[in-house]
Design a protein around this ligand. Sequence first.
Ligand code: ATP
Length: 209
Amino acid sequence: MAATSVRAVLVIGLTGGIGSGKSTVAGLLAGHGAQVIDVDAVGREVIASGGRAEAAVLDAFGSSIADADGHIDRASLAQAVFGNPEALARLTAISHPAINEVLVERIDALPVDSVVVLDMAILVESHLGKAMPRHAYTKVIVVEAPDELRIARAVARGMQADDVRRRIASQATDAERRAVADAVVRNDSDLTDLEAAVASLWTTIETWR
Ligand code: ATP
């Protein structure tokens, strides 16, 4: 009788600093068959109109962060938590569990042998994708690129260099990300090289299943 193997969903956290190319890597992994979930987009969904964290965030922060229709104005909310660790902690205590609930539901809905990639800016800095009753990620992929290249990429997308530098300074360091990485993708060359690196990464991922 042929041997059978029990397949289970494999959940991977994918992260990297601003402009590192993590979303590009996520797209390439999708091309190999991964199911990619954009965790930053889920974060926007949960506080959007009708989102599961909308009411609680409005309760916690009051009408000063609401727009004319009574929904959350993201710019006002960002301003309310910027440089205010206590307010930021209050927001994440509401929004992150809501995001994790959505992630569990999305993964539950996928075929059981899926490779799921959680594309997220803040992995080291949060419990996103981790503090979950099931489907917490078990592997971490980190995308790295030199700061100057990351700044140039973000500037090419319309950001100011100083803003990018500030963002880099506020995010986890390469060393902190590396400390939790099961695999590191160095994205300091062109897209052809990145495609080759991701093809090789996919063979590594196959060994994780
Ligand atoms: P952010 O945190 O800002 O969302 P990110 O880490 O998800 O960034 P991407 O959106 O994947 O980064 O890439 C940033 C920009 O750099 C994009 O415009 C992308 O097309 C470009 N880019 C990424 N990798 C390369 C590469 N190897 N060669 C050329 N351009 C690249």
